[in-house]
Design a protein around this ligand. Structure first.
Ligand code: DOR
Ligand code: ZN
Length: 351
């Protein structure tokens, strides 16, 4: 039986939600990951340091005893974000960056910005304060085909931002296209990209080819298989410009399987590292998983790598079909199906 021991990984992009949902998501992420960048798209959004401090406290209250999990908070950039908000974020050690959502691009993005250039004074302050900018990179023009929205964003918004702010650290989040891979390749330490497990494992035919599968609907939407292959090549290449960000994004089953529209988001926190292990193993590059999952993220953000380790074992298991989610049900990715790798449980030391 093959095993793989690696530095404890971090998740550089996750949605934990709040309220009744929070303790399920935190339990899952804290089991595997040392740290996670927590997305701010609550409703209302986490847009000030005070909001982030309060949310962080609620997250820490959910961390199971025995897990040492550190939430890294982000602020949601809105048209009302001020230079003072950025100064406060730069000096708050628990704030790791600010998230740009083009208004209307995805779940809870209504508070985002319509004219990205209006945020240039804010980007200037972020560059000065060395605060990374995390970007949901899709244009929102409804006349642009949904499969083209990421590629168009590169030319229309991302490249102009980079030219204007060459010292600003930017993470192009959850990339899904060959164009994004080509744009990001070799650009660390100023530009990097996260890649999700679901965009590595699936393409649009998996989602649409034999009836619409709501469980695979996310944004940016899954693309054709040639893009999936480009993502696999990038993730497993050993280029430090690409690192792990699950974009695990839970929605109750009633909102995913809904005749009036399907909420975008895939829940992968129950098996995050195991799903990536499958991809790296299938690509013949299991030896590169540790760098992607545990080294390149902290290196980019200027943080220390984790000290502890986890061990994965090639022992197939069946993921639960449903998980509790407040008073509702959550359908995790691969629920009821076999996942080839699993993380060995480390016994909690008696107190
Ligand atoms: O699929 C997605 N779900 N993409 C996002 O950008 C947001 C996320 C969510 O919050 O549900
Ligand atoms: Zn996300």
């Amino acid at each position: 039986m093959r095993t793989l021991t690696l530095t404890r990984p971090d998740d550089w992009h996750i949605h934990l939600r709040d309220g009744d949902y929070l303790c399920q998501t935190v339990k899952d992420v804290a089991r595997q990951f040392g740290r996670a960048i927590v997305m701010p798209n609550l409703s209302p959004p986490v847009s000030t340091v005070a909001d982030a401090a309060a949310y962080r406290g609620r997250i820490l209250d959910c961390v199971p005893s025995g897990d040492a999990f550190e939430p890294l908070m982000t602020l949601y950039l809105t048209p009302g974000t001020t230079i003072d908000d950025i100064a406060a974020a730069s000096s708050a050690d628990f704030v790791a960056g600010c998230k740009l959502y083009p208004a209307g691009a995805t779940t809870n993005s209504d508070a985002g910005v319509s004219a990205i250039t209006d945020l240039y004074p804010i980007f200037e302050a972020m560059q000065k304060g060395q605060l990374p900018l995390l970007i949901h990179g899709e244009v929102t023009d409804p006349t642009v085909d949904i499969f083209d929205r990421e590629a168009r964003f590169i030319d229309e918004s991302l490249d102009p931002i980079r030219r204007q702010f060459p010292e600003l650290k930017i993470v192009f989040e959850h990339i899904t296209t060959r164009e994004a891979v080509d744009y990001v390749r070799g650009q660390s330490p100023h530009l990097a990209a996260t890649i999700t497990a679901h965009h590595l494992l699936y393409d649009r035919t998996d989602m649409l080819g034999s009836g619409m599968k709501p469980i695979l609907f996310c944004l940016p939407i899954l693309k054709r298989d040639s893009h999936q292959r480009a993502l696999i090549d990038a993730a497993t290449s050993g280029d430090p410009s690409f690192f792990l960000g699950t974009d695990s994004a839970p929605h109750p089953r009633s909102k995913k399987e809904n005749a009036c529209g399907c909420a975008a988001g895939c829940y992968t926190a129950h098996a995050g590292i195991e799903l990536y292990a499958e991809v790296f193993d299938a690509a013949g590059h299991l030896d590169r998983l540790e760098a992607f999952a545990s080294h390149f993220g902290p290196d980019f953000y200027g943080m220390a790598r984790n000290q502890s380790q986890i061990t994965l074992v090639e022992e197939p298991w069946t993921a639960p079909q449903t998980l509790p989610f407040g008073n509702e049900q959550l359908m995790p990715l691969r629920g009821g199906e076999v996942i080839r790798w699993q993380m060995m449980q480390t016994p909690v030391a008696p107190s």
